[in-house]
Ligand binder design. Structure first.
Ligand code: CP
Length: 312
C-alpha cells in the first residue's frame, strides 16, 4: 500500500503496510551511502529545515546527511542562537521560517504534540523527530529496519524493552511499530518508570528483568531520562544497575543469536555494561547507520515520491 500521509507525526496511526513501504524504500536507498559519491539528484531543489528545540547527535545529523545524499538543501535552526532567546514564540518562529518557502520542517520539541500542532497551520511536510515523551517515529522505523536486517521478519519475535519506559518516546513508537508488525513485546523496568497502564498497548509487563529476558530475540535498552523526571524514580543508580543493567551474565538468558539495541545516547555502566555495548551482539552502531537510509526513505516518500523510478 502506498504511503498517503502528508506528514510523519507518529507511528500510532500508520498501518503495517505503510511501515513496510518505508522499510522497503529504505532498503533500496541504503546502498547510496556506500557509494564513492554518496549523492543522487532525487530531491534537488527541495529545501528542508531541521528545527530542533532539544539536543540531538544522531537524529539531527542523520536527517542532514539523508537530505544531502538526496541533493536537497537543508539548514539547521539553532534555538540558542535564534530569536527564541529574545522571546519569539514557537508559532512565530515557525511562521517566519515557513515564509522562506521550505518543503519540509523536521521538528524535535520537548513538548508532546508540538509537530502535530505545527502541522495545523503549516503547508510544509512536518516530520516528528521526537516530541516530549510522546513519539519518535523515525527511531522506531530505523529500529524495525535493523531488526528485519538481523531477523528477516517480525512474526513471533520476542522483543524486550527495558528501562525508563514512562519517559521514553522511543519505547512508545517501538511498541506501536513492532506490535503492528507482529512481534511479541515485553516491557521491563522499575515500577515507578513502568506504569501498568502500558498494558493497554498490547504488551506484557515483567518487573523482573532476569525472567523477562529469558528466550528474548531482541533486547532494547533505554536510557534513564533524568531530564524528564521531577524527582528520582528509584533509590540509587547502584540499585538500578543491580536490577536492570544489561550485563554478560544477564544476556546469557536470552537466545544465543539475540541482538542488543539502544537508541543512544548510552550510559555505559548504568543501563548497559561497556562490555555488552561493544560486543558482537550489539547492533547499536548499525542502528545509527540504518537511520540515514530510513530518513532518506521518509524524505523521498514525502517530498519526492512521484519520481520513484529515479533512484539511480
Ligand atoms: N536516538 C536519538 O534520538 O538520539 P539523539 O537524541 O542523539 O538524536
Amino acid at each position: 500500500m502506498p504511503f498517503v500521509h502528508k506528514h510523519l507525526l507518529g507511528i500510532q496511526h500508520l498501518t503495517a503496510s505503510e511501515i513496510l513501504t518505508i522499510l522497503d524504500t529504505a532498503e533500496s536507498l541504503f546502498e547510496i551511502s556506500t557509494r564513492e559519491v554518496k549523492k543522487v539528484p532525487i530531491l534537488r531543489g527541495k529545501t528542508i529545515i531541521n528545527l530542533f528545540f532539544e539536543p540531538s547527535t544522531r537524529t539531527r545529523s542523520s536527517f542532514e546527511l539523508a537530505a544531502k545524499r538526496l541533493s536537497a538543501d537543508i539548514i539547521n535552526f539553532n534555538q540558542q542562537t535564534s530569536s527564541v532567546v529574545k522571546g519569539e514564540s514557537l508559532k512565530d518562529t515557525v511562521l517566519n521560517l515557513e515564509a522562506m518557502n521550505p518543503d519540509a520542517l523536521i521538528i524535535r520539541h520537548f513538548a508532546a504534540g508540538t509537530p502535530h500542532y505545527i502541522s495545523t497551520f503549516c503547508r510544509s511536510h512536518i516530520i516528528n523527530a521526537g516530541d516530549g515523551a510522546h513519539e519518535h517515529p523515525t527511531q522506531a522505523l530505523l529500529d524495525a529496519f535493523t531488526i528485519r536486517q538481523a531477523k528477516k521478519n517480525f512474526k513471533d519475535l520476542k522483543v524486550v524493552i527495558i528501562g525508563d519506559i514512562l519517559h521514553s518516546r522511543v519505547a512508545r513508537s517501538n511498541i506501536f511499530c513492532l506490535n503492528k508488525l507482529g512481534a511479541k513485546i515485553i516491557l521491563s523496568g522499575p515500577p515507578p518508570l513502568l506504569p501498568l497502564e502500558f498494558k493497554k498497548f498490547g504488551v506484557d509487563i515483567d518487573f523482573n528483568l532476569d525472567r523477562a529476558i529469558k528466550g528474548a530475540d531482541v533486547i532494547m535498552m533505554l536510557r534513564i531520562q533524568l531530564e524528564r523526571q521531577q524527582k528520582s524514580s528509584f533509590p540509587s543508580l547502584r540499585e538500578y544497575r543491580n536490577l536492570y543493567s544489561l550485563t554478560k551474565k544477564r544476556f546469557r538468558r536470552a537466545k544465543k543469536n539475540a541482538i542488543i539495541m539502544h537508541p543512544g545516547p548510552i550510559n555505559r555502566g548504568v543501563e548497559i555494561s561497556a562490555e555488552m555495548a561493544d560486543s558482537a551482539k550489539s547492533v547499536i552502531l548499525k542502528q545509527v547507520e540504518n537511520g540515514i537510509a530510513v530518513r532518506m526513505a521518509i524524505l523521498y516518500i514525502l517530498l519526492g515520491g512521484k519520481e520513484r523510478d529515479s533512484i539511480d
